[in-house]
Design a protein around this ligand. Structure first.
Ligand code: ZN
Length: 273
């Protein structure tokens, strides 16, 4: 499924230029940019320090809603500082209004709230990990192939109250379908019973870039395992709060949710059979 709007934005979004670093990628909501600076530089993005490899590589992720221009500052080892502000291309998301939802469906019980909280703590801890490998440089490939049933950024508004946006790419395939690693990395979280997402795996691609795989029927890896691109990690399921079997693949850079579709388009995998 091709989003005309998204495709258009690809042409509009430009990388801008800095003399202290080279950047590859687009300043677009949900995008990931790879930078190359002089080794030993200090990088600040939105006033927060960004991890830099010994070779001077870094990565920046843009969230769903980057309504303000973003600031990137690079301090070179000689002490010179360069700052640039970038406009982020705004995307239009699919917003759906749903009226007449019963209130008791929307309010989880006290016990469920504890479950939701412990899931939140577990995923937040995993998102803090900053590993110094660069598997995110790989050309990303599909974790499973099938019809797209949900895209990044879409949102439902229940009785006028906006729900949490959907950050994943949903691929509708039967339970038991093999899920493979879309790029190499280290398994940083495995949980067979999360409240919303059921069987869930988080795969670290380095520098805070991670993939999450939700609603799995079977997890086939353990925390600490290193996997290569294409390695079997799980089976698709319908666990957690879902209406049917599918894989929900999400990607993050720290707490910023990036769009897997953009990575598949950049690698060319999106249009490949
Ligand atoms: Zn989903």
């Amino acid at each position: 499924m091709m989003s005309r709007n998204l495709f258009y934005l690809f042409f509009l979004a430009c990388s801008g230029s800095l003399s202290a670093a080279e950047l590859e990628g687009s300043w677009i909501e949900g995008g990931l940019l790879i930078g190359q600076a002089e080794p030993g530089s200090t990088i600040l993005f939105k006033d927060e320090m960004v991890m830099l490899s010994a070779q001077g590589l870094f990565v920046i992720g843009l969230h769903r809603d980057e309504n303000e221009p973003v600031r990137l500052q690079i301090e070179s080892p000689d002490g010179s500082i360069e700052t640039q502000v970038f406009e982020v291309a705004q995307r239009e998301y699919n917003i759906q209004s749903i009226e007449g939802i019963a209130q008791n469906i929307m309010e989880p019980s006290a016990e469920d709230q504890d479950h939701i909280w412990s899931d939140y703590v577990m995923t937040s801890e995993a998102r803090k990990i900053r590993s110094d490998f660069e598997a995110f440089l790989t050309d990303f490939d599909w974790p499973v192939r099938g019809p797209i049933s949900g895209v990044y950024g879409s949102q439902r508004v229940y009785n006028g109250v906006p729900g949490t946006p959907h950050y994943g790419l949903d691929i509708a395939v039967p339970s038991g379908t093999a899920v493979v690693a879309p790029a190499a990395g280290q398994i940083i979280m495995v949980n067979d019973n999360m409240f919303y997402s059921g069987g869930t795996i988080m795969l670290d691609h380095g520098h805070g870039v991670s993939s999450s795989f939700l609603h799995l029927s079977k997890t086939l890896v353990e925390v600490g395992d290193w996997v290569e691109q294409g390695d079997l990690i799980a089976e698709v399921g319908a666990t957690g709060r879902v209406t049917g079997p599918h894989l929900d693949w999400r990607m993050s850079w720290g707490n910023s949710r990036v769009d897997p579709e953009l990575l598949l388009r950049a690698s060319g995998a999106w249009d490949k059979d």
